[in-house]
Design a protein around this ligand. Structure first.
Ligand SMILES: [Zn+2]
Length: 77
């Protein structure tokens, strides 16, 4: 009778468990040092032309492929 409610609730819990890290995981920093390190990493990637064109991940200068999504990086020569 009410089995669909249980299925719906389970589906919601699974969806929330998957979505929460995606929504909350990336953009928050524990402290200023972590933020500064990320800013510096991104600055170097911009200077080295290794910011991924697909996912915007800041790869270390000299990278040939994106560490996040695997796309080949167009290196500035
Ligand atoms: Zn990427």
């Amino acid at each position: 009778m009410s089995e669909w409610i249980v299925v719906l609730a389970l589906g919601f819990i699974v969806a929330a468990a998957v979505a929460f890290p995606l929504l909350a995981g990336r953009a928050r920093y524990e402290d200023v040092a972590a933020l500064d390190a990320d800013v510096e990493r991104y600055r170097q990637a911009l200077a080295g032309g290794t910011v991924c064109g697909r996912c915007r991940f800041a790869n270390p200068p000299g990278s040939r492929y994106c560490a996040e999504c695997g796309r080949e990086l167009a290196l500035a020569e």
